[in-house]
Write a protein that binds this ligand. Structure first.
Ligand code: PEP
Ligand code: MN
Length: 339
């Protein structure tokens, strides 16, 4: 259950509500920016009737609370003037890893030419092997942020560890939490304290309920700008890297107010299926897509098999625009086309 406080509740009101909850042995989390208290175990709130400062009580029968659609209908926020979670389809594209200046500046110019607004690129990479390319670190962040700035793009990059938070905050507009860190709960709680959107990828074997609880870790800390990104699940099948769960898109949208993105690149691990899964995601009502591209995929230092060439991506973008228009959810770049 979530107790919503009046917009001009007093410290005295809050003190009294907390005291009554404690007296009745209920644990709670006060979420100051939302002016609410989350009390997951509370089932019959009768003992709260008549206490000053309470605006309403929302009954939520799932373990996740703040991410629930019962709490909010939709979450819409802006990143450098571009709306996320509303009626458009956002497209984030870029390389798996930032590799050198030429690669990232060429990519940024290409995205700008195609009217896109978001560039992705990893500077700190989660690699299975410690001997693989693990990213350019701070130099990569600086390069990408400069390339993005010159081309009017917002930067999406992965945060691997809290010790890197200051760096990543300084050079990014959206912080990606990768599949491997979806269950890094202490990190998620810290991200609740910052004021920057978090793109929370689904753990490769996470249930939807677990994923939404991970979102609650961030939301309950106060940060309400969370995007969920489906990126494929590890399955028993060895012919694909991952199996993308398209069902998760409408399912999450029926359970949660948070925007849902899809990453068909990691979702399959194979460039040849990215087109079909991107179009299928749009048809399923996705709020945004994240797609890996590279000026020369066969030379990519990470995820070479799943990156699209610039010309493949341009063709796909054209098809996505058509489909997004059909569903009345234009891609960021093309809003003016549909006015
Ligand atoms: C990535 O986006 O490059 C990445 C490592 O993603 P994931 O966490 O989904 O594997
Ligand atoms: Mn990748």
């Amino acid at each position: 259950m979530i107790i919503k406080l009046h917009k001009n509740f007093t410290a005295e009101n809050l003190h009294q509500i907390k005291a009554v909850l404690t007296l009745n042995q209920f644990e709670y989390t006060f979420v100051e920016p939302e002016s609410c208290l989350v009390v997951p175990k509370l089932k019959s709130p009768n003992f709260l009737i008549g206490i000053d400062g309470i605006d309403g009580i929302v009954e939520i029968d799932t373990t996740f609370q703040l991410a629930s659609k019962k709490y909010k209908q939709s979450s819409i926020f802006e990143v450098n003037g571009v709306e996320i979670g509303g009626n458009q389809t956002n497209v984030i594209a870029g390389p798996c890893s930032v590799e050198d200046e030429k690669q990232i500046f060429e990519t940024a110019a290409f995205l700008h030419k195609n009217g896109l607004k978001f560039m992705r690129g990893g500077a700190y990479k989660p690699r299975t092997s410690p001997y693989a390319f693990r990213g350019l670190g701070l130099d990569g962040l600086k390069m990408m942020s400069q390339a993005a700035k010159e081309n009017g793009l917002s930067v999406v990059t992965e945060l691997m560890d809290l010790s890197l938070l200051d760096q990543v905050l300084a050079y990014s507009d959206i912080i990606q939490i990768g599949s491997r860190n979806m269950s890094n709960f202490y990190m998620l709680a810290e991200l609740g304290k910052i004021n920057k959107p978090i793109l929370l990828k689904r753990g490769m074997s996470a249930r939807i309920n677990e994923w939404l609880l991970a979102a609650d870790y961030i939301l309950s800390g106060g940060n309400q700008q969370v995007i969920l990104c489906e990126r494929g699940l590890r399955s028993f099948d060895t012919d694909v890297r991952n199996q993308m769960d398209i069902t998760a898109i409408p399912m999450i949208q029926s359970m949660s107010h948070l925007p849902v993105f899809a990453d068909p690149s990691h979702g399959t691990g194979s460039a040849k299926f990215v087109k079909q899964l991107s179009l299928a995601s749009i048809a399923a009502g996705v709020n945004g897509l994240m797609i890996e591209i590279h000026p020369n995929p066969s030379n990519a230092l990470s995820d070479a098999d799943q990156a699209l060439t610039f010309s493949e991506f341009e063709q796909l973008l054209n098809e996505m625009r058509g489909l997004a228009k059909y569903f009345n959810r234009p891609i960021d770049s093309s809003i003016s086309l549909y006015k």
